[in-house]
Write a protein that binds this ligand. Structure first.
Ligand code: NAD
Length: 477
């Protein structure tokens, strides 16, 4: 129970959720404390000469846990990013990596900046300088600390970071592995841009494979026809909404953005809305559907699945009681405060927690890091060999059919699908799908097998914390 009805900070929220889980575990108080605390946060203030004047920027890189190295976590660009937020996000990274068995500790970075205030070449200068400040302290390093994109950053910023690191470490053959989420032509991997949204889709697919879990959310059937509201049509929200509507038959009945929300009972065209936002900077004016100026209120609308995919703290003590969605999947990090979480749990809402739901990004980042260290694209050695073997099988079947006069024919689509060897994208998606299924099953096992665990978030924390604890114990702590 929360002691008071005062909204905790983001970091306090993470700690409250952590404490709820460790209360059900048998850890020594010392080890519990060691796992919970953030090891270090580096704050840097640096100046860049732009538009004829020196501008000072503040950045952070927080390292939560080094039980495994490198540590991993995105860098966000936002005007009010602060230490508490970065530390909360770094802690979530530790638990997330442990849950999906990505061999990293947790870290996170932030730069206090509104990217919309600056031209592209200015952002490049700022990013390069921030990179320099972090890299010279090994806070960007292939074997120590590997950033990735987050809110306000993407492939472009990751390419600048990688290039700046390489300039500072000209003989490091593994320099490309200093950051993930890079564009393909700068050492990236197929499927990284879509990865977090794709992971949300795979998480929901896995959830709907378990009728007992679906019933716990007072839902039934499959994803087909489910009414979905998404908050934030950025990298994560856009991909999740697009894949769920185009591939699983979900109806995206609401999209909430900074400047309001769009509603349509028949389902919105995600691609068309995304193009509109790109052109007009927001959802305002999008034709033929209902527009609500107070977007946040739309979180409270009737739907089957609510996907907060924008930012932290959007469901809180003030609005949790009004939320009607029986199932929430936290695509963003920390979208539900500890206070909001308690209210929702009491109402019987099922929450698929952030540390699992948005782990697709770090999972594919892990694949990219491995690709960079192995200096070879996934599938390059096997693809054609695999195709030759399947071709042999198809040829032999066809020969047998003709020799015996059976008249069997394989359909052309089956043949072309079956004969095509897996390329990098197929392998990445397969690895991601496997990771999301396995991680869900590990959470679910704790959720259903222990009488004292009543929600997926507590189960997720228990799985993660036990793994981190095992790794500290193995180090002799
Ligand atoms: P993004 O910057 O690409 O998109 C965020 C979107 O949310 C934007 O479209 C923005 O306009 C919208 N938004 C911002 N404030 C809003 C508000 N108050 N109401 C409604 N919409 C609002 O960021 P992203 O990379 O998609 O990240 C979104 C969330 O997902 C963050 O919490 C981030 O930490 C988390 N996440 C991202 C990744 C990744 O790979 N990018 C991985 C894991 C978790």
């Amino acid at each position: 129970m929360l002691q008071s009805k005062v909204e905790p900070s983001f970091r306090e929220s993470v700690d409250i959720m952590f404490n709820r889980a460790v209360a059900l575990m048998d850890l020594s108080p010392g080890l519990e404390e060691k796992i919970r605390v953030c090891n270090a946060t580096y704050t840097v203030r640096f100046g860049v000469r732009l538009r004829g004047a020196i501008h000072t920027f503040t950045g952070y890189r927080s390292v939560h846990s080094e039980h495994m190295e490198p540590v991993k976590g995105g860098i966000r660009y936002a005007p009010n990013v602060h230490q508490d937020e970065v530390e909360a996000l770094a802690a979530l990274m530790t638990y997330k990596c442990a849950l999906v068995e990505a061999p990293f500790g947790g870290s996170k970075g932030g730069l206090r900046i509104n990217p919309r205030d600056w031209e592209e070449h200015e952002l490049e200068q700022i990013t390069r300088r921030f990179t320099y400040e972090l890299a010279k302290r090994d806070l960007i390093h292939p074997s120590q600390n590997v950033p990735a994109p987050d809110m306000g950053t993407g492939e472009r910023e990751m390419a600048w970071i990688a290039d700046q690191y390489r300039r500072m470490n000209t003989t490091d053959i593994n320099a490309a592995a200093c950051v993930t989420g890079k564009p393909l032509n700068a050492g990236g991997i197929h499927g990284r841009v879509e990865a977090t949204g794709r992971g949300v889709q795979y998480a929901l697919r896995e959830f709907f494979r378990h009728p007992e879990d679906v019933a716990a959310a007072k839902l039934s059937g499959t994803l087909e026809g489910k009414r979905v509201i998404v908050q934030g049509l950025g990298n994560v929200g856009y991909h999740a909404a697009k894949f769920l509507s185009e591939e699983d038959g979900c109806k995206i009945i609401g999209i909430i953005e900074r400047d309001g929300a769009l509603l349509s009972k028949d389902g919105l065209d995600v691609e068309a809305v995304a193009q509109w936002i790109k052109k007009h900077g927001g959802v305002t004016g999008y034709p033929h559907v209902t527009h609500k100026a107070d977007g946040a209120r739309v979180l409270e609308a009737e739907c089957d699945i609510l996907i907060p995919a924008a930012m932290e703290g959007v469901i809180h003590l003030g609005n949790a009681a009004n939320i009607k969605a029986p199932l929430i999947i936290e695509a963003a990090n920390g979208p539900i405060t500890a206070g909001g979480d308690e209210i929702l749990r009491e109402k019987g809402c099922v929450i698929i927690p952030d540390m699992y739901a948005n782990a697709g990004g770090v999972t594919v980042s892990y694949f990219e890091w491995v690709k960079n260290l192995s200096h070879i694209r996934f599938g390059r050695m096997q693809r054609r060999a695999e195709e030759s073997r399947t071709q042999m099988l198809v040829d032999e079947l066809e020969r047998l059919s003709s020799d015996k006069g059976l008249g069997w024919t394989l359909s052309p689509t089956f043949k072309s699908d079956y004969l095509r060897g897996a390329g990098e994208l197929e392998l990445v998606r397969s690895g991601l799908d496997d990771t999301m299924r396995t991680a869900y099953q590990s959470m679910r096992e704790v959720w259903h097998s222990r009488g004292d665990v009543h929600d997926l978030r507590t189960a997720a924390y228990i799985v993660s914390i036990s793994r981190v604890a095992a790794s500290y114990r193995a180090k002799g702590l």
